[in-house]
Design a protein around this ligand. Structure first.
Ligand SMILES: *[C@@H]1O[C@H](CO)[C@@H](O)[C@H](O)[C@H]1NC(C)=O
Ligand SMILES: *[C@@H]1O[C@H](CO)[C@@H](O)[C@H](O)[C@H]1NC(C)=O
Ligand SMILES: *[C@@H]1O[C@H](CO)[C@@H](O)[C@H](O)[C@H]1NC(C)=O
Ligand SMILES: *[C@@H]1O[C@H](CO)[C@@H](O)[C@H](O)[C@H]1NC(C)=O
Length: 229
């Protein structure tokens, strides 16, 4: 008697798991296009990309087919003694940490993006993006603790182990493949890369793509270029 009811229970648990998995597939959660941005907080092209390009993924339905992941490290250098130096100086290292803490603290993609966009839109007045709410306090705690350094070291690992290697920033990969100059046609590339079951958002239909913004060439930063202010 006892054994038969526990068999039923196992069977029930199995079915529940299967239903849950197939529900996710229908929603397209697990087959979103993985869009990774490798960047550093003070490179002008990175700022432009975050403020002007990425917004398409958060104020339209494109988020239903895209998982945007930000990796703030860029052309920073990591030494064997775990010292990090940033291309645009100490200020950039600090802002990278702030953004790493935003990403770590705020899981909701739209909220996370709107905060990072605010910072990147005006990096001189980035502190005006925070108003002391509960999330902001958690971000501040992260920033002043060892956690921010740990997060940056993790981003360093992800950036330095890219294959193929990053050549410059902003560096964008779709499902692990670098976009190179196709970064200027990002939305069309994401629509093309989506192989999932969810219906394509209307931004992907040909008449919408025909009217898409055409970007001028982004200014990219190579690791070895001299920076002149
Ligand atoms: C989005 O990407 C992040 C980082 O790679 C990953 O942890 C997360 O599971 C992904 N989410 C979805 C819905 O694919
Ligand atoms: C770490 O190593 C770098 C490069 O060798 C050196 O310039 C720097 O002074 C070292 N920092 C510390 C804290 O030892
Ligand atoms: C960007 O910053 C300027 C001021 O520097 C502000 O007027 C504008 O509204 C901001 N835009 C966004 C998208 O935050
Ligand atoms: C395609 O996009 C255009 C413009 O946004 C819209 O008017 C049209 O209804 C869309 N067509 C389909 C099939 O979704």
């Amino acid at each position: 008697m006892a054994s038969s009811s526990s068999t039923k229970l196992v069977f029930f648990a199995c079915c529940l798991l299967l239903f849950t998995l197939s529900d996710n597939l229908v929603a397209g959660e697990s087959d979103k296009v993985q869009l990774n941005l490798y960047y550093e907080s003070l490179c002008p092209g990175c700022q432009e990309f975050i403020v002007d390009y990425l917004v398409d993924f958060f104020d339209t339905d494109l988020d239903t087919i895209t998982n945007v992941t930000l990796v703030p490290f860029g052309n920073a250098k990591l030494y064997d003694n775990l010292t990090i130096t940033c291309q645009h100086g100490e200020e950039e290292c600090e802002l990278n940490k702030v953004e790493a803490c935003v990403i770590n603290t705020i899981p909701d993609p739209k909220l996370q993006y709107s905060l990072i966009r605010c910072i990147e839109n005006d990096t001189k007045n980035w502190d005006s993006c925070f108003n002391g709410n509960k999330d902001d306090i958690a971000i501040g705690d992260c920033y002043t603790s060892d956690l921010s350094t740990k997060l940056i070291l993790e981003y360093a690992k992800q950036t330095l182990s890219l294959n193929p290697k990053k050549e410059y920033v902003p560096w964008v990969t779709l499902n692990g493949t670098p976009l190179y100059e196709k970064i200027n046609d990002l939305v069309a590339e994401v629509c093309k890369a989506y192989k999932g079951k969810a219906p394509l958002p209307k931004q992907c239909n040909s008449s919408a793509l025909g009217k898409r913004k055409v970007w001028s060439k982004l200014q990219v930063s190579y690791a070895n270029e001299a920076i002149h202010y």
